[in-house]
Design a binder for this molecule. Structure first.
Ligand code: AMP
Length: 490
């Protein structure tokens, strides 16, 4: 069993000089703050198993409240502050939180939906009168720590139930793998309502006694200004592409850095290569999802291979299966399934959906991938994004890698669109690099030497931008919806 998050926090807080957030809080002050907040939650009538929905702009207090929930056994349920009141209604009716904590401007909207709402400043004010010392009850590793709603783009988003052991085991695995120590300073510019910024980043810091530079939003200029004081950055691929378009990104600017990590969406080999060229650093790409925490990572020592997500984490098992559920030989593409202490307990109040997504104790991720001869895993796309054209499978990731390599291509997304002859046709959506002009004919011609004919996009659309969610993930369902009629009547 792994060391619980709160046990680790207390170990770290023993040293009064240990810094949690640079120019902000020490671990000792953090422990006190979580104690006061824990008392506040209890005084408001919340207890073990109750849900606390939190929908606020990024701040240090989100992390303190996450830890206060862990101390009391209240289940933490963070929600993207970008969601409208109407979008948030689903989380309120589905999770039935005992309390919703929001920014002041949202109180009226959420109260109108029948929720018990407190604004964050009011909660902090209440906590000021509470004692810092808090006697922690005993929690079981299998107790729920958090519910995170999936960023699912189709259907209703589902509540992912994560246990204390899910978080603790993953934190321990990552700290070891990525060599976190108390000397590290993590540049934190990710949102804190998603697993990446909330658990991966925060728990790696907490488990190693490191500290953070905490930035409210991702701004290339602020990141570049902070890099000389940081040692590690975790980012989504769009962080890296946006930093690459800033002339301030140089070898000198990144000289103090030990490690750049990317995840939550595919990092294109072209971006990996450009980053290495500009900074001398090989970005370490890893793979995970809300339901499983982190699954695989490129090695710290040894080759960090662009276009792959490396090997399964220690203690995590990954297998690739075919349509009949049989395990496929190495090298073949199929469904990625995962088993280990990192895998969630199930979807909130959806036992049947949960059962559907597990096969003999393995979680079926919905991603398609393959292992190479050296054990590196490649993600070829979501199973539902796979394009079947004229009966042949096309993995979008392969076509996207070829497109991203072409001069003038800043970003690409490959989708399948209904086609009268082929069932589906491969369609490429491209964004041109600044100052570059792309045209359909030359893009298709350039791909001809690189891809078999059936993989070639039937159409190449040059768009001003690709639709992305808060984590920078391209919303392919949205592209498929918009271009569903592209071949109608052809
Ligand atoms: P989420 O639950 O929002 O974190 O989304 C998880 C999904 O993001 C995974 O199932 C993958 O489809 C995708 N994903 C995460 N990391 C990577 C990566 N390094 N490469 C490709 N896809 C990724």
């Amino acid at each position: 069993m792994s060391t619980d998050v709160i046990t680790r926090l207390k170990q770290m807080a023993v040293d009064p000089g240990r810094v949690w957030i640079q120019d902000g809080t020490s671990y000792a002050a953090l422990l006190d703050e979580t104690g006061r907040l824990a008392h506040t939650l209890l005084s408001l009538g919340l207890g073990k198993g109750d849900r606390l929905l939190m929908q606020v702009e990024k701040s240090e207090t989100v992390l303190s409240l996450y830890l206060a929930c862990l101390r009391t056994g209240v289940i933490f349920l963070p929600v993207n502050p970008g969601y409208t009141v109407t979008e948030t209604e689903h989380f309120l009716s589905d999770a039935e939180p005992a309390l919703a904590v929001t920014d002041p401007d949202r109180v009226t909207g959420l109260s109108a939906l029948g929720a018990r709402v407190l604004d964050l400043p009011a909660l902090i004010a209440l906590s000021a009168d509470q004692p810092a010392a808090f006697v922690d009850p005993v929690h079981a590793p299998d107790d729920l720590a958090a519910i995170l709603y999936t960023s699912g783009t189709t259907g209703r988003s589902k509540g992912v139930m994560l246990t204390r052991e899910n978080l603790a085991s993953n934190a321990e695995a990552l700290v070891g793998l990525w060599r976190f120590t108390e000397a590290d300073v993590l540049l934190h510019a990710l949102p804190v309502f998603h697993t990446h910024g909330l658990f991966v980043a925060t728990n790696c810091v907490l488990y190693s006694g490191a500290s953070m530079i905490f930035q409210r939003t991702f701004q290339p200029a602020s990141v570049l200004a902070a890099l000389p004081r940081a040692t590690v950055m975790m980012g989504v691929p769009t962080f890296y592409t946006r930093l690459l378009s800033d002339p301030g990104l140089t070898r000198e600017a990144t000289a103090h850095m030990r490690l750049f990590i990317s995840g939550s969406a595919p990092l294109s080999p072209a971006t990996h290569a450009a980053w290495r060229e500009r900074t001398g650093h090989a970005i370490l790409e890893r793979y995970g999802m809300t339901e499983t925490n982190m699954i695989a990572s490129n090695p710290y020592d040894g080759a960090r291979r662009a276009g792959t997500v490396g090997m399964p984490l220690p203690g995590v098992e990954v297998r690739i299966t075919g349509p009949d559920g049989a395990v496929l030989p190495q090298g073949e593409a199929g469904a990625i399934e995962v088993r280990g202490p990192n895998v969630f307990k199930g979807y909130w109040r959806l036992p049947e959906k949960t059962a559907e997504e597990f096969r003999d104790g393995w979680f079926v991720t919905g991603d398609v991938g393959a292992f190479d001869a050296e054990g590196y895993l490649s993600i070829l796309g979501r199973a539902k994004d796979l394009v079947i054209t004229g009966g042949l499978n096309v993995y979008p990731a392969e076509v996207e890698a070829a497109l991203d390599d072409l001069p003038g291509v800043a970003a690409s997304a490959v989708i399948g669109v209904p086609h009268p002859d082929f069932g589906e046709a491969v369609v490429a959506c491209l964004v041109a690099a600044k100052g570059a002009a792309l045209d359909e004919g030359s893009v298709r011609a350039a791909l001809r030497d690189r891809l078999a004919a059936f993989k070639l996009p039937k159409r190449v659309l040059v768009l001003p931008d690709l639709p992305r969610n808060a984590m920078g993930k391209v919303q392919k369902a949205e592209l498929r919806r918009v271009y569903a009629g592209l071949f109608a009547g052809t």
